[in-house]
Design a protein around this ligand. Structure first.
Ligand SMILES: [Zn+2]
Length: 436
C-alpha cells in the first residue's frame, strides 16, 4: 500500500481559481430545481458566491466573465445525500491493511472528492467515516471537492453494523483496547446511554452537521444479520437528545419495520435505506414528517462477496416497492448512492440517477437530486456548514451551477456522461470546470 500516498504530491487546480470571479451566463435556459420545464433563454449573474440576478438585471452587469451559453441548460449542482467519501475510496483489503494511515486514507478520499466535483456533485452528505481532514482541506482550497455535510464516525453498538473489528480484536471492555477502525475515526463502538452520549458529542465537537447511528443489520458488515434491530430505545434517545440540544438531528441506518419504528419513536428525523419497510411503516414516516434517504442498490457488484450478495437479497427485493410506495404516499424522499469499498463504482454515480426512471419522470429525477436533496441538507439548521440556499437556481441562492450541453429534461441520459455534457461547473461562485 499504497498508490494513495503518491497522490499527496499532486497539486490541485483549485488554488489557481480566482477568489471571487463574477460570472455572467448569457443565453441559457434554466432548470430552477423544481419546475418541470426549462425557462426561456435568459441571463444569470453570479456575484461572489451567490446568484445575484436572473433576467434583464443580469444582462446589464458589466465587468463579469461572460460565458456564452448558446441556449444550453443551466441547472443547480447535483447533490448526493448518502456518500462515504473515505470508505468509497478504499477497497476492503486497503482498509484492513496495517499500512493504511489517516494521511493515506485522506489522500485516496481527496482524489475521489475531486472526481465527484468534476462529475457535477457540488454538495454531499457524508454519512460515516473519517472526514474532518478532507472537509477542512476542501473548505480552505487545498483539495478540490464538493461541500460536505459531515457525520464523522458512525456510532454503533457492539456487534452492530459499524463494528468493524477483525475477529482477533476483543471488546474494549473485555480484555481489549480501542479498535483500529475507531482509531482511524471510522466508527465509535458505543454501548449504553453514557457511551452513546459521549460518541455523539464527540462528533458534534468536531463539527458534525448530523449524527449517523446504526439502528439495524447491514449487508456490508460481518457480524450482524440484516434482520436484527440495534440499540435499545433508551440508547437511541440519548443520541437524539444530544443532537437536539446541538440543534441538529440523528439519521439511522435501518432496513426493517422494527428498526425503523424504534428509531422514529426515539425521535430520529431521517432513515437511511429502509428497503424492507412495509406500507404501514412508510405511512408512519409520512405522518411524522420523517425523511427517507433511499438508494438504488445493485444486486451485486464486481468485488462483492457471495455472502454479502446473499445478505442483500431481501433489500433488493423490497427496493422497487419501497421507492414506488414512498413516492405515492408522499414520504419526504431523498436520493443517494452509498458506494462502499469499490472505488471503481464511483464513476457510476451519475448513471445511478438513470435507475430512477422506473419511478420518476426526468424532471422529477432532477428535482430529487437538486432541490429535494437540498431540503434534507437544510435539516441541519444552524449546524449546516454552508449557510444559504442550495439545489435551486434563483436570486440569492448559493452559486453551485452546471451548464449542460442540451436539455436534460428532454434527455435525462445527458447527466450520466458529465465529462462530455457538463461543459461548465461552478461551485461557491468559482469555476471548477470550463471546457467551452
Ligand atoms: Zn451507507
Amino acid at each position: 500500500m499504497m498508490r494513495a500516498v503518491t497522490l499527496l504530491a499532486i497539486p490541485t487546480l483549485c488554488l489557481a481559481a480566482p477568489a471571487l470571479a463574477d460570472i455572467r451566463f448569457s443565453n441559457v435556459r434554466v432548470f430552477d430545481g423544481t419546475s418541470a420545464r426549462l425557462s426561456a433563454p435568459t441571463d444569470v449573474l453570479v456575484v461572489g458566491n451567490r446568484i445575484e440576478a436572473i433576467g434583464p438585471a443580469a444582462r446589464s452587469a458589466g465587468g463579469a466573465t461572460v460565458i456564452d451559453g448558446r441556449g444550453r441548460t443551466l441547472m443547480p449542482g447535483l447533490i448526493d445525500v448518502h456518500v462515504h467519501l473515505t470508505f468509497g475510496a478504499l477497497t476492503m483489503p486497503q482498509l484492513m491493511s496495517p499500512d493504511l494511515t489517516p494521511a493515506s486514507a485522506e489522500a485516496a478520499a481527496a482524489e475521489q472528492a475531486k472526481a465527484m466535483l468534476l462529475r457535477g456533485f457540488t454538495s454531499v452528505r457524508d454519512v460515516g467515516g473519517p472526514i474532518w481532514g478532507l472537509k477542512a482541506g476542501i473548505d480552505k482550497g487545498s483539495y478540490q471537492g464538493p461541500r460536505i455535510w459531515p457525520s464523522g464516525a458512525t456510532i454503533s453498538q457492539t456487534g452492530g453494523h459499524g463494528d468493524f473489528r477483525t475477529p482477533a480484536e476483543r471488546s474494549r471492555r473485555y480484555f481489549g483496547k480501542a479498535s483500529r477502525a475507531e482509531e482511524l475515526g471510522a466508527t465509535f463502538i458505543a454501548d449504553g446511554r453514557d457511551d452513546v452520549l459521549t460518541a455523539t458529542r464527540e462528533n458534534l465537537r468536531f463539527g458534525a452537521s448530523q449524527i449517523k447511528l446504526m439502528a439495524g443489520g447491514g449487508t456490508s458488515s460481518e457480524y450482524d444479520p440484516v434482520d436484527v434491530t440495534q440499540y435499545t430505545l433508551d440508547e437511541m434517545k440519548a443520541a437524539v437528545e444530544a443532537a437536539d440540544d446541538w440543534n441538529t438531528y440523528v439519521t439511522v441506518h435501518a432496513y426493517t419495520d422494527k428498526a425503523v419504528r424504534r428509531a422514529v419513536e426515539a425521535g430520529v428525523k431521517c432513515i437511511e435505506h429502509g428497503q424492507m419497510m412495509s406500507e404501514d411503516t412508510l405511512k408512519l414516516l409520512r405522518d411524522r414528517g420523517v425523511w427517507l434517504s433511499l438508494q438504488v442498490l445493485r444486486e451485486t457488484t464486481p468485488d462483492m462477496s457471495p455472502q454479502r450478495a446473499e445478505k442483500r437479497k431481501p433489500v433488493i427485493e423490497g427496493q422497487p416497492r419501497v421507492w414506488e410506495t414512498a413516492k405515492n404516499l408522499g414520504v419526504k424522499l431523498a436520493w443517494g448512492t452509498d458506494f462502499l469499498f469499490e472505488p471503481a463504482l464511483n464513476s457510476t454515480q451519475n448513471a445511478n440517477l438513470l435507475e430512477l426512471k422506473q419511478w420518476f419522470t426526468p424532471a422529477e429525477i432532477l428535482k430529487l437530486a437538486t432541490h429535494d436533496n437540498a431540503q434534507l441538507l437544510a435539516l441541519s439548521g444552524p449546524r449546516s456548514p454552508y449557510p444559504g440556499k442550495l439545489g435551486v437556481v434563483e436570486e440569492g441562492a448559493l452559486a453551485d451551477l452546471i451548464l449542460v450541453d442540451g436539455d436534460p429534461i428532454a434527455n435525462i441520459a445527458l447527466v450520466a456522461d458529465p465529462g462530455k455534457n457538463f461543459r461548465v461547473i461552478v461551485k461557491d461562485g468559482k469555476i471548477v470546470k470550463n471546457n467551452l
